[in-house]
Design a protein around this ligand. Structure first.
Ligand SMILES: [Zn+2]
Length: 260
């Protein structure tokens, strides 16, 4: 027994030394420029394409979270591919656009992955989209869902529902794989240009990345889930004037702290 102990001692010492070393190494967050992520949900491809034509003058980059990929027509698929080629990101938003929390409650997580996530990934890949990130329909998520989707996506986006002071807003990148977007649709109860300006100013002043989402870009508002092109112009102009960077959702993956 004694002999075994003596023989094991240097090894144990080494082990202790090693574990002290690893404890010291905290995950370091990487430095980055202040910026904005503009993301759009659902399948308003024609309107996205039109907005793209209007906003190209700002050299903008956006993330388009597409749902129901197999119901999108061939001309629209071509537009999306063209937008991807230009440098926009085509991301996932569900094969059917299920409310993930409700679906899992009724059918379990296995069926959710089988029906909502896996066929989406297969179909997007088949159509040559380089999808690596995902946005939850309705922003409905849970820790269980985050855990199940984590191995499948680099970044997972929910929604920040409140309209609190910028320092309390969840819609800034916080060195985490799970991020939250503030909705800039005109119908969103907390949306207004002065508040958006506050959020942008905070990003600039505190070197943050503000994450925004919308649905259908339009010139004139006619119903819910519409974002004014004017709002998008306002954001792009602010960004150009203040030197903010256009990020895509997948860009955040490069900024995540390295795991020790
Ligand atoms: Zn949606």
């Amino acid at each position: 027994m004694k002999i075994i102990f003596t023989k094991a001692l240097p090894f144990l010492m080494l082990l202790t030394l090693f574990s002290c070393e690893t404890k010291k190494e905290k995950p370091k967050s990487k430095p980055y420029k202040a910026g904005v992520i503009l993301s759009f949900d659902d399948a308003y491809v024609d309107e996205w394409y039109e907005a793209d034509q209007a906003l190209k003058k700002y050299a903008w980059k956006a993330t388009f979270n597409v749902c129901r990929i197999d119901s999108i027509g061939e001309p629209q698929i071509k537009k999306l591919l063209e937008m991807q080629k230009y440098g926009h990101e085509i991301a996932g938003h569900g094969y059917h656009h299920y409310n993930a929390v409700k679906f899992v409650k009724q059918n379990g997580i296995k069926k959710y992955l089988e029906q909502e996530i896996d066929p989406m990934i297969v179909s997007l890949k088949k159509k040559s989209f380089k999808t690596t990130t995902f946005a939850y329909p309705y922003g409905e998520r849970s820790n269980e869902l985050d855990r199940a989707l984590s191995p499948k996506f680099k970044i997972i986006r929910g929604r920040a529902f409140g309209g609190e002071a910028p320092e309390k807003q969840d819609s800034y990148f916080n060195n985490s794989k799970i991020v939250f977007a503030f909705d800039i649709d005109n119908s969103h109860i907390h949306f207004s240009i002065p508040y958006l300006l506050e959020l942008l100013d905070y990003a600039k002043k505190h070197n943050k990345i503000l994450i925004l989402c919308g649905h259908k870009p339009v010139k004139e508002i006619t119903e819910n889930y519409q974002t004014k092109i004017e709002t998008l112009e306002f954001i792009c102009k602010y960004m150009k004037l203040n030197g903010l960077k256009f990020y895509k959702l997948s860009d955040l993956d490069d900024l995540l702290p390295e795991q020790p």
